[in-house]
Design a binder for this molecule. Structure first.
Ligand code: ATP
Ligand code: MG
Length: 565
């Protein structure tokens, strides 16, 4: 299935992408881009943490600059003064660095350009291309018109001098919020409603997180963005598809104000992943209402959540590369993201044994007090990673699910009379178990065959099952957190669904008494391991300490037994 997605995308794009095709065209044409270095930007609004959708945009923005030997700016798009916060700014920088991209010394705040934006607005007024309109928000909606009726404003033809005077007084704080707006004079008849004399400035008395109370008028996004791009010398302004219908306005602003650079906007599709939500507003709600434990909860699709879950920068970049760039919004299966992680960790993660739901196995014929050592490869994919020593003694821990009184069909693990291999050590034959009065499994018993050291049978008899274990006399306890989808519905926020109705009550399971190899003592984040037969786990970057190890399950292995069932 994952292989299908990769193949399909490669076929669709021939490994190229249309953004690069457009840029190639621009370079070949010369013209306004003659001699220019390709210059892109990533412009997050600092009102929340970055998510995997942003990672796609980051890979496209920085990746495109990299491909053309160009530059990519990091710009906080903080023209809207509500809910912006320094905490988010720092987190955004951290996440982008973690993904491995570098903006050099080109880190900007759009709010640094407020004065220039204001000057552009005055320029438009002076050119007769903008006017102060005194319609209230309700009236404006009423006069918006429809496909057959043009919009109207009684203020459209007021003299430039009057608009200029009013606009300066708007800035000076003479009028209450909402009393008037500055509108671009474009086309009240346009079939594109964004062009029906859009508002470009509004009065809004909100303290800005950087400019404080200096301004009481703020520019609208569609007016501000092309100016920000032009000021920074951006050649290609890459953004998501919802801005496609705004492009004529982007171009109009760009072409009617005096700025040296004429950036080109190119849109690509937004990334959606099923069984999760991707808007910052909804993610913030999950955090603030306590549905998750913070923005970096490992169930969150945020980059800090994915990092804590054990996702690696490479796995996320590979994912973004493979989903490709297209003009059609689509939802990618969560399992594809998992595939990309599994692939990376399969290559790099050290293999170790961990028992998540332990029961004691007693080797009744093994000498009391004896301990043997075995060498085990850290990573069979990388012999250069060396080996480590594990110990074996009379008592070890195995998974409760590796024992059954009566085997079901296809079950080759512990049941009375059956022989199994304890990974790398010996073949043991199960002799029974002990249960309490409620039937709870207390201990499992087995006898080992001393002739099978290393797990081989001298007579060549076949042993079908191999199980993992840890030495009960030489191990560490750990807490392991198992995760499932945060939402039970594949598309929890489509249509008129309320995403909060689809929260999965079982998205987190905490296992408190797991047993791991002694070698795990002192491991630190961001180390990841393959717990044999279970999956990939990472050390929790917040809660794990030397005294109390905490692991997160990053992604499961494909369980062949479950699949068969
Ligand atoms: P959200 O709805 O999550 O708040 P946003 O678009 O408002 O998203 P911004 O901070 O404005 O978030 O986004 C910064 C950049 O990231 C923009 O260029 C935007 O197009 C891009 N981006 C945001 N979400 C996605 C997504 N799901 N897929 C691809 N790109 C995205
Ligand atoms: Mg936004």
């Amino acid at each position: 299935m994952a292989e299908d997605i990769i193949k399909e995308n490669e076929e669709k794009s021939g490994n190229a992408n249309f953004i690069h095709d457009f840029i190639d065209e621009d370079i070949a044409k010369g013209g306004q881009f003659e001699g220019m270095t390709v210059h892109t930007r990533f412009p997050p609004e600092p009102n929340g943490y970055l998510h995997i959708g942003h990672a796609k945009a980051i890979c496209i923005d920085f990746g495109t600059a990299e491909k053309y030997g160009g530059m990519c700016n990091l710009r906080m798009d903080d023209t809207n003064p509500t809910k912006e916060d320094e905490e988010y700014v720092d987190a955004i920088k951290e996440d982008i660095k973690w993904l491995g991209f570098d903006w050099g010394d080109r880190f900007f705040f759009a709010s640094e350009y407020f004065e220039q934006m204001y000057n552009c607005a005055e320029e438009l007024i002076n050119k007769g291309l903008a006017y102060v309109c005194e319609l209230t928000a309700d009236q404006m909606r009423e006069y918006r018109g429809d496909l057959f009726t043009p919009a109207k404003s009684p203020y459209r033809d007021r003299p430039s001098e009057e608009s200029l005077d009013l606009f300066r007084r708007m800035r000076a704080g003479e009028f209450p919020d909402g009393a008037m707006t500055l509108r671009a004079k474009i086309d009240l008849n346009s079939g594109n409603f964004n062009m029906r004399d859009p508002v470009i400035y509004r009065i809004n008395r909100i303290t800005h997180h950087r400019t404080g109370d200096k301004w009481c008028i703020y520019p609208m996004y569609d007016f501000a963005h092309p100016i920000e791009d032009a000021i920074e010398g951006i050649t290609h302004s890459l953004c998501t598809l919802e801005f496609e219908a705004h492009r004529p306005l982007y171009d109009w602003v760009r072409d009617n104000v005096t700025l040296n650079c004429k950036p080109r906007q190119i849109e690509f599709s937004r990334l959606g992943i099923n069984n999760t939500v991707m808007s910052k507003r909804k993610l913030r709600q999950l955090v603030e209402d306590g549905y998750v434990n913070g923005w970096d909860d490992p169930r969150m699709p945020t980059l800090c959540g994915l990092r804590r879950r054990g996702y690696t920068p490479l796995s996320i970049r590979n994912f973004c590369e493979r989903i490709g760039v297209s003009k059609v919004n689509s939802t990618v299966d969560y399992s594809f993201l998992e595939f990309c992680l599994r692939e990376d960790l399969n290559d790099r993660a050290e293999r170790t044994m961990a028992v998540l739901d332990p029961v004691k196995l007693i080797i009744t014929n093994y000498p009391e007090g004896k301990t043997e050592e075995f060498e085990i490869e850290n990573n069979p994919n990388h012999p250069e990673d060396g080996t480590r020593t594990i110990t074996f003694s009379k008592e070890c821990f195995i998974e409760k699910s590796d024992y059954m009184d009566e085997p079901v069909k296809g079950y080759f693990r512990m049941f009375p009379g059956n022989e199994v291999r304890l990974k790398t050590t010996y073949i043991v034959k199960c002799t029974g178990c002990k249960r309490d009065e409620n039937g709870e499994l207390l201990e499992v018993y087995a006898e080992y065959d001393p002739e099978t050291r290393g797990g081989n049978t001298p007579d060549g008899r076949k042993i079908k099952g191999t199980i993992h274990w840890v030495d009960a006399n030489n191990c560490e306890s750990a807490e392991v957190r198992m995760y499932d989808n945060l939402f039970t519905d594949p598309e929890p926020d489509t249509g008129d669904k309320n995403f909060l109705d689809y929260i999965n009550p079982n998205s987190l399971t905490v296992l408190t008494d797991c047993k791991v190899e002694k070698s795990m003592k002192g491991v630190k984040a961001p180390m990841s391991f393959q717990f044999m037969r279970h999956g990939y786990f990472c050390v929790d970057n917040k809660d794990s300490t030397d005294q109390h190890l905490v692991f997160n399950r990053s992604v499961s292995l494909k369980d062949s037994f479950k699949k068969k069932k």
